[in-house]
Design a protein around this ligand. Structure first.
Ligand SMILES: O=C(O)[C@@H](CO)OP(=O)(O)O
Length: 199
């Protein structure tokens, strides 16, 4: 029996695309993000969601909150789907990272590059997949929504697509988008990617 995971990237905040926020505290949704999370809640109402998990970061918890309220379920904070630990890059602007050879390598060779003092993409991928596997064991035949981060979703999708992590730039995962994976004992498949809901 399979479990359906709806992988939701947190809604927009004012620093999307300009700052590598990572695990820095205090990154909260802007007005657009709040509109997106309300639209997401309405969209997800008809999915029969049995459980809702969210990354501990504020932007994810604020995206999950209206979904939890609308569905009448609890949003469970889950460290396993936490943002990647970007180490010393946390909070840096993308402009300031331009020209850093380690940053270039991170973008070109994601399968093997490391963040300075943080996680590798492969470590983040293993962590997220292990957490989804734990949730799968608890939710056979059910749908579980997980609010998390762009690269975490890309890592999970890359695994199920059989794509090396170097290939994660070949698809987009937008803020407030929904991607779906059906997972079963020993396998899984991607059911949908980057669905956005008009806000
Ligand atoms: O900065 C980004 O592009 C991603 C990386 O995971 O983070 P977030 O989805 O939290 O914006």
């Amino acid at each position: 029996m399979s479990t359906t995971f709806l992988l939701i990237r947190h809604a927009a905040h004012d620093r999307v695309g300009s700052t590598l926020c990572g695990r820095m505290p205090g990154v909260t949704l802007g007005e657009e993000g709040r509109r997106q999370s309300a639209a997401l809640a309405a969209r997800l109402e008809r999915e029969g969601i049995a459980a809702l998990h969210t990354s501990p970061m504020e932007r994810a918890r604020e995206t999950a909150a209206p979904v939890a309220a609308r569905l009448g379920i609890e949003a469970r904070v889950n460290e396993g789907v936490m943002e990647i630990d970007f180490g010393a890059w946390t909070g840096r602007s993308f402009a300031s990272l331009d020209g850093d050879p380690d940053w270039a390598r991170w973008n070109e060779e994601r399968a093997t590059a490391r963040t300075p003092g943080g996680e590798s993409m492969a470590e983040a991928q293993s962590r997220a997949l292990a957490e989804l596997e734990r949730l799968r064991a608890r939710h056979a035949g059910e749908t579980v929504a997980v609010v998390t981060h762009g690269d975490v979703i890309k890592a999970v999708l890359a695994h199920h697509l059989g794509l090396r992590l170097n290939g994660i730039h070949r698809f987009e995962i937008a803020p407030a988008s929904i991607s779906a994976v059906a997972a079963w004992d020993g396998g899984g498949k991607v059911m949908g990617m980057n669905e956005t809901v008009p806000a």
